[in-house]
Design a protein around this ligand. Structure first.
Ligand code: TRP
Length: 341
């Protein structure tokens, strides 16, 4: 029975993704990324990794690193990522990653690395620290993924180019040394890839741009209410069948995510009948937002307060990741020809 279970497990397709520990997840991350992970952990063999080594390319000062790593672990777990189901670990705990990164650097060419969009962006943002780690960022990311011989990588559009590069590195490696790695592809449940609009009527919730229009999992009830009540509205439609402006449509989109079914339909009916009161709508949205985020925030706080639990999660995750990494690296060294006796 045990052997059967082990066989079943190993036959599941392998999923791998990395999360940068840059602190404070918001509803965009929750509905965009984490909900995907939570669904995948039921169906696949999942490896979810905190990309702490990657963060050294942009954040050489490590004073905040520990707190950031703890927070990203806690926020993902509080949002439903289950460290019993998936391997949830820190990149720096798996030394095999660095070894594979070294081998992959021999199949990555300077020209293509220099042309990478994210490299050019970062080089522009930090002209005094255009380090080689920044240049080979996609190589390290490829090592993360293929260390587990993963096929599916739940990431957003901004990571497409890195995955295309990963496939190139894989193909060159396989061509040179034999078919060791599958090609990795971006993969998401499309229904889960919800774009969460920001509260100021433009764009989506984002870490860097519009913090006062973004709801964070760490926001207090009061902060949430204030942000929602400040959202842009107008006098309301004057004639039936009016076209809904984007900033109003966004409020409906948010409502559909956090309120009970039927609530947004009721307000939509009011809109169409020109009887909608945006103040009431925002009050309802704020209350439901508080009801949604509050319990997650409290869970995050409880997890952060329990360092023993966090340590156990990291150790357990590293154990699972290491088992898979060791097996891959044994094959890799053999394939490359690093065997002299
Ligand atoms: N580069 C990814 C990002 O910026 C993070 C990351 C690191 C990653 N390693 C990975 C994503 C491996 C997917 C797979 O979000």
């Amino acid at each position: 029975m045990l052997i059967f279970a082990a066989l079943m497990y190993s036959e599941k397709a392998i999923v791998m993704s990395g999360i940068r520990p840059t602190g404070f997840l918001h509803l965009g991350n929750y509905f965009g990324a984490i909900r995907n992970y939570v669904r995948m952990q039921e169906a696949y063999e999942c490896y979810f990794m905190v990309a702490d080594l990657h963060s050294l390319t942009t954040h050489p000062d490590t004073k905040e690193l520990k707190a950031n790593v703890h927070r990203v672990l806690a926020e993902n777990i509080a949002s439903g990522l289950d460290p019993e189901k998936a391997a949830f670990y820190c990149q720096s705990h798996i030394y095999e990653t660095s070894e594979l990164y070294l081998y992959l650097n021999m199949v990555a060419y300077l020209g293509e690395l220099e042309k990478t969009t994210t490299f050019k962006e970062k080089a522009r943002q930090q002209p005094d620290n255009v380090n080689a780690g920044l240049l080979t960022y996609p190589v390290l990311q490829t090592a993360d993924i293929i260390l587990h011989r993963a096929k599916y990588v739940p990431v957003g559009k901004d990571q497409e180019q890195h995955l295309e590069m990963a496939r190139n590195f894989v193909n060159r490696f396989n061509h040179r040394y034999g078919e060791v790695f599958p090609e990795p592809y971006a993969f998401n449940y499309s229904a889960e890839l919800v774009k969460v609009p920001s509260l100021d009527g433009t764009g989506k919730m984002s870490k860097s741009e519009n913090q006062s229009a973004t709801i964070y999992l760490a926001d207090s009830d009061d902060q949430i209410r204030k942000k929602v009540m400040k959202a842009k509205t107008d006098e309301g439609p004057k004639t039936p069948g009016s076209i809904m402006p984007e900033y109003i449509r966004n409020l409906f989109t948010l409502m559909a995510l956090v309120s009970e079914p039927g609530v947004s339909a009721q307000f939509e009916a009011d809109f169409n009948a020109c009887t909608i009161r945006y103040g009431d709508m925002k009050k309802k949205l704020a209350a439901d937002m508080v009801r949604f985020v509050g319990p997650i925030r409290e869970k995050v706080e409880a997890i952060l307060a329990d360092e023993t639990y966090l340590k156990q999660v990291m150790e357990r995750g590293a154990e699972k990741a290491r088992a898979s990494a060791r097996e891959t690296m044994r094959i890799v060294r053999e394939a490359i020809g690093l065997h002299y006796y």
